[in-house]
Each structure stands twice: as structure tokens, then as C-alpha cells.
Design a binder for this molecule. Structure first.
Ligand code: CP
Length: 312
């Protein structure tokens, strides 16, 4: 594997999950693999889990991680081809990616969408520019339309927490005061489409994800109906896709309560707003997997870095 930019880069999710479980059981087994190799982590946006778990994954493989907050600390980067750079951007991605490639053996990038310009966001111009102009492999730490490290993590977590042949998994929208990206939801959908699960999406009218992502996955606009017999309820807010980037509803009736959840396991990528997305009783209850999910971020990232290093 050269780059990991999408869930589509996973050739066999079942094999990947089993390999991630082996890494979790013995995290330092491949400590020699990354010796004298450097991972550069470039953040255009905030992070807690991705920033720390990806560094930890690199350290477990014997790599040296180096981190930069690009938006705050680097020169403003220009992505346009042929742009007359007499505005706020001081450095072109062509030079920036080539320069960072000399310092790093793998570059990991986080760059959120504008949520204003759908065409620009869907072009994935930031991550794709790094793929185009860097001379080393690129890892997506959440881009405009996908969060494949999270999607892999979530598949591992579901596999660890079921002994059913085909558990029922629901992805449910929940309210939020701000317009949030579609990336986590998109990658969760794509990872569930590769798993042996009964999968449905629950969201209000006007909140359907891109049909290019959901494909044949059933979408139900009634949360109670969707949650019936669910084994896992994965919760996330996203802004409208059709009315791009807009908050059409903050209906508190879509907040997750213990009553609605029943015996199902609760999942969320974090960070989560308590008593807006989900009530305290769920997060503090025994069916919440959120801390376990965050732990698995390390092993998802470690698996991806291992596969790239082995391919080098
Ligand atoms: N889930 C996740 O990506 O968390 P951070 O935004 O804190 O990295």
C-alpha cells in the first residue's frame, strides 16, 4: 500500500481487523520496522485523539514522529495552479510537499472541508495535492470527505464487541449547534458496507449523506424504527449535504437517551457534546464504547503505518 487516503484502500477488512488485534495484543513486536524512519504529522485543524494516537502508533513501530500545526505555525499554503500569489498565501504546495518529503518517510495530513464550496471539498484538493506533490506516502488523518483511520477503528471495535454473525448496526444523526463535516459518517458507512453487518442509517429529512457514499444502504427517517433490535448505535452529527453545510435542524428529539438505546452498545468518535448529542447516562453507562474506540485509534494507525513501511 502506497497511500492510505480512503476506506477504499482497505483490500480485505476482515484480514485488517485480525492483524490490528494482533498488534493490540503485542504492540512492540515490530519496533524495528520503523527504526530511523520519520512520520510527519501536519494539522490544518484541531485534534486530540488523532494527534496523540497516531504519534503513539509511530512510536510503537520505532518511528520518530514530528508534528506541525500548519494553520497556526507555517506559512499560508497556496493550492491553486498558476495562481498569482499576491494575497495571503506565501508558499505553494508544490514546494511545501517536496520539502516536507525530504524530512519525512511518511506524511500524515488533517484538513477539514470548507462546508461552503461542495465542489472544492469533494475534489479533496488538500490531501490530493499532497499525494500529487509529495514523494513519500500520504496518510489521511481526516480530510474534507473522509476519516479512514476512524472508520477502520470503528470496524475493529465492532468486531471486538460482538459474537453475532451479522449484528445490526445503526448510524444515527444527532443534533449539534454547529455545522459539522460528513467525513466521519462517510467513512463509517464505507467501512460498514465492507463488514458482515445489517446496516441502516437514521437521519432527519434533509440530512441524507451523499448517495455516492450511501449507495444501497437503507436510510430511515424515524429513529425509533431504526433502533429496533440494534446491537450497535453509532452516533454522529453532520450538516446537510443537499443544502450544503447548513444546519437545518437542532431537534433535541434526535438526542440519544438511555431509553432509546436499550441494550445496544453506544459508539461515537469523540469529541462529543454531552446532553446535546447524547445524555450523560449513556456516556457514563456500561454500554458506551467511546473510550475503547479512542484506544483502538492507536492500533488502526499502527496497522496502516506498518503496511506502508512494509511496502517501502
Ligand atoms: N475522533 C477524532 O478524530 O478525534 P480528534 O478530532 O480529537 O482527533
Amino acid at each position: 500500500m502506497k497511500n492510505y487516503t480512503s476506506i477504499n484502500d482497505i483490500d480485505n477488512i476482515h484480514n485488517w481487523i485480525e492483524e490490528a488485534k494482533l498488534l493490540k495484543a503485542n504492540p512492540f513486536k515490530h519496533i524495528q520496522l520503523g527504526k530511523n524512519k520519520t512520520l510527519g504529522l501536519l494539522f490544518f485543524n484541531s485534534s486530540l485523539r488523532t494527534r496523540l494516537s497516531t504519534q503513539k502508533a509511530a512510536l510503537n513501530l520505532g518511528m520518530n514522529p514530528i508534528v506541525m500545526n500548519v494553520s497556526g505555525d507555517a506559512w499560508g499554503i497556496e493550492f491553486g495552479d498558476g495562481t498569482i500569489m499576491n494575497g495571503n498565501t506565501a508558499e505553494h504546495i508544490k514546494e511545501a510537499a517536496a520539502v516536507v518529503s525530504q524530512y519525512c518517510d511518511i506524511i500524515a495530513v488533517r484538513a477539514f472541508p470548507t462546508l461552503i464550496d461542495k465542489e472544492k471539498d469533494e475534489s479533496e484538493h488538500v490531501i490530493n495535492s499532497f499525494v500529487k506533490y509529495a514523494s513519500v506516502p500520504i496518510v489521511n488523518m481526516e480530510s474534507a470527505t473522509g476519516h479512514p483511520l476512524q472508520g477502520l477503528t470503528d470496524a475493529i471495535t465492532i468486531s471486538e464487541n460482538t459474537n453475532k454473525e451479522k449484528p445490526k448496526v445503526v448510524l444515527s444523526w444527532a443534533p449539534h449547534i454547529k455545522a459539522l463535516p460528513h467525513a466521519v459518517a462517510n467513512s463509517f458507512v464505507k467501512s460498514m458496507q465492507k463488514m458482515d453487518v445489517e446496516f441502516v442509517i437514521a437521519n432527519p429529512e434533509g440530512y441524507n449523506l451523499s448517495s455516492k457514499i450511501t449507495e444501497e444502504t437503507p436510510i430511515i427517517h424515524n429513529q425509533e424504527e431504526a433502533f429496533k433490535d440494534a446491537d450497535f448505535v453509532y452516533v454522529k452529527n453532520w450538516s446537510s449535504y443537499d443544502d450544503y453545510g447548513k444546519v437545518l435542524s437542532t431537534d433535541p428529539n434526535w438526542m440519544i437517551t438511555q431509553d432509546k438505546l436499550g441494550k445496544a452498545k453506544f459508539m461515537h468518535c469523540l469529541p462529543v457534546r454531552r446532553n446535546v448529542i447524547v445524555e450523560d447516562a449513556v456516556l457514563d453507562g456500561e454500554n458506551s464504547l467511546v473510550i475503547e474506540q479512542a484506544n483502538n485509534r492507536t492500533f488502526a494507525a499502527q496497522l496502516v503505518l506498518k503496511k506502508i513501511l512494509e511496502n517501502a
